[in-house]
Design a binder for this molecule. Structure first.
Ligand code: ADP
Ligand code: MG
Length: 600
């Protein structure tokens, strides 16, 4: 049998090689954005259609290409970024392999034009499946535009392998985030199907983060800064209290390049040790500057993995930098609480349990004794019974005991003086002990039960807005909106979705101040996106929790005596009083005996 070895035609070789670099529209987005950054652009526009399946276009105002360069750019191993192998160790650019454009041109229709500043005119080029089909002069401004159409048109297997537009868009947005976060000094705009998804002006790092993820992030970030001879570290950690169960916000950039590093992640996790509840993930945006010689980024074709020379030292530096910042900013650890499994049941189901309440029979009951009117005379279900314990000091003091589940507590709390401590706690002294109640968590509990009740009973009271509030929703928010709009309406929101992505809010629940409406809606639409569905029992539960979080009294807020009283009244009327909707302990009891022991 004679051997039949033949060389693959170039376009076939290109197609095969392309598969390594370009897996989906998001890979095209990454390569084109990085090229624009490498070209020193000040403004970069990303335009996509159908999540990039139909079109990915990147327009920049960078250095541009001459006619020859434009032709060469689409040849395999054509790069302006390295000449000799040694250059690999001095890299300051994103690209260097010179295969992205060649790969893209092998599997799509590419239309591009570019103008270098020195040139009079711009040059246009059309390539389909590695073949140049048109070449002409044009009159475009300085910079480069590359439009990639019909991705994988000649590889149906690949094309069919693509996921839904929604999933592909998620990948595109992820890539966009990574490049935009690495370069706050560049202005970015991003359009999908004609809708503007992002418009990010030149800014500092923090503004870039909030520009991308929303203003509420401003209060969630702790700055990190560390300079050593091995590495310079800057960026932000997300305060532990805002940690998520998903790995959403974990970003490492090494020399302005997004990378994945389980190793560095481990270092940061170690810094967070003891500050996160089980199952929660640290969030961070960390930027490391190291000598390009000390890293190897060439070990993965899509270049998101890096090997460091002095790994162990870097680990230690990173861990201590993060730990130090978390300490300095006195981030409240959320340690001492126990997962209360009873709370894993949706509120709306609580009343539906078929288990009859255990009845406590009061053996002292004497129907002929008129003076006998304390709480212990009524039949109390076990759920209510702990209140007896909390208020046991009062009876002896002669005040009337009122079942807090049913009636106002005014009479009870009139005798003990309630006061605010550290602008954070309400202290309620009783005869044998005192309660120290976290004002924020107690209020969250009150609001959560109120909102959930409105939703489940469809009885939210709406307040017409004099001036409707309008906001633009991005694709994710739009998607989330479809899930939660029913719950929002039951709460009392009056919502109209105008022109695809413009949300008009004409009415709001009567407990929701107009100034907070936008934040509330934004949080509801993004919390859902970020947190695992396991965390919420239902959309109603999620909406009620988020509303409660946004609208609750915060620590640091001064409360008048009357407000303290009203809060306690509301709180003691709640169905559940031990933990907040986010499973945090609401109050502690300090026994008189404990104090006596300490002062012994
Ligand atoms: P690499 O980025 O690895 O060099 P690419 O295939 O991505 O390889 O690009 C090939 C070359 O084309 C680059 O080295 C650069 O010289 C040129 N190029 C690509 N995109 C642009 C752009 N937007 N502006 C200017 N030059 C570009
Ligand atoms: Mg490149």
């Amino acid at each position: 049998m004679s051997a039949k070895i033949s060389l693959l035609p170039d376009h076939v070789a290109n197609q095969i090689a392309a598969g390594e670099v370009i897996q989906r529209p998001a890979s095209v987005v990454k390569e084109l954005l990085e090229n624009a950054v490498d070209a020193q652009a000040e403004t970069i526009q990303l335009v996509i259609k159908n999540a990039g399946k139909t079109l990915v276009q990147v327009i920049d105002d960078g250095v541009g290409m001459s006619n020859t360069d434009l032709r060469l750019a689409f040849e395999r191993h054509a790069t302006s970024k390295i000449n000799v192998a040694e250059d690999l160790f001095e890299l300051t650019t994103k690209g260097f392999r010179g295969e992205a454009l060649a790969s893209i041109a092998a599997i799509a229709h590419v239309e591009t034009h570019s103008k270098a500043e020195a040139d009079e005119v711009s040059h246009s080029l059309k390539i389909e499946g590695s073949k140049v089909v048109d070449q002409s002069l044009s009159t475009q401004p300085n910079g480069t535009s590359i439009a990639v159409k019909s991705l994988f048109y000649n590889i149906p297997a690949r094309r069919n392998f693509l996921k839904s537009d929604q999933v592909e868009l998620r990948h595109v947005i992820d890539e966009f985030h990574r490049v935009a976060l690495a370069h706050p000094e560049i202005k970015f705009q991003f359009f999908n199907n004609g809708d503007e998804l992002f418009d990010l002006p030149v800014s500092n790092l923090k503004q870039r983060i909030t520009g991308i993820f929303g203003n509420k992030w401003d209060a969630q970030l702790v700055p990190i800064e560390e300079k050593t001879s091995l590495a310079q570290i800057k960026g932000f950690a997300v305060k532990p209290a805002f940690a998520k169960k998903t790995r959403g916000q974990q970003f490492f950039f090494v020399n302005d390049r997004f990378i994945k590093s389980p190793f560095l992640h481990h270092a940061v996790s170690a810094a967070f040790e003891g500050l996160l509840r089980p199952g929660y993930q640290p969030g961070y945006f960390l930027y490391l500057d190291v000598d390009p010689k000390s890293i190897d980024i060439n070990i993965h074709p899509t270049k998101t993995e890096v090997k460091f020379e002095e790994e162990q030292n870097l680990y230690a530096i990173l861990r201590s930098a993060v730990k130090h910042s978390l300490g300095i900013f006195q981030v409240m650890p959320s340690l001492d609480f126990e997962q209360n499994t009873a709370m894993e049941v949706p509120y709306s189901f609580k009343d539906k349990t078929a288990v009859p309440p255990p009845i406590q029979v009061d053996s002292n009951f004497n129907p002929f004794n008129d003076n006998y009117n304390s709480a212990s005379s009524s039949f109390v279900s076990k759920k209510d019974s702990h209140w007896e314990g909390l208020y046991s000091g009062l009876k002896e003091e002669g005040s009337t005991f009122v079942n807090p589940q049913k009636e106002s507590l005014i009479e009870v709390t009139e005798s003990p003086k309630v006061f605010q401590l550290f602008l954070k706690y309400i202290v309620c002294p009783l005869k044998t002990h005192m309660l120290v109640i976290d004002q924020g968590r107690a209020h969250q509990r009150v609001l959560y039960e109120r909102f959930l009740n409105s939703i489940t009973n469809k009885k939210g009271v709406s307040q017409q807005l004099l001036f409707p509030v309008e906001m633009n929703l991005n694709p994710q928010q739009l998607d989330e909106f479809q899930h939660v709009d029913a719950a929002l309406e039951m709460l009392g929101f009056q919502l109209i979705l105008k022109s695809k992505n413009r949300l008009v809010i004409k009415g709001a629940p009567d407990h929701c101040p107009t100034s907070k409406i936008e934040t509330v809606i934004e949080s509801i639409l993004s919390d859902h996106e970020e947190e695992s569905s396991l965390e919420h029992f239902s959309h109603a539960d999620q909406v009620a929790k988020t509303m409660a979080k946004c609208l609750s009294i915060k620590s640091g807020e001064h409360l008048e005596a009357k407000e303290q009283q009203a809060l306690l009244d509301d709180f003691f009327g709640c169905k559940e009083t031990t933990v907040s909707p986010f499973n945090r302990q609401i109050f502690i009891t300090l026994e008189k005996t404990e104090i006596e022991k300490k002062l012994n």
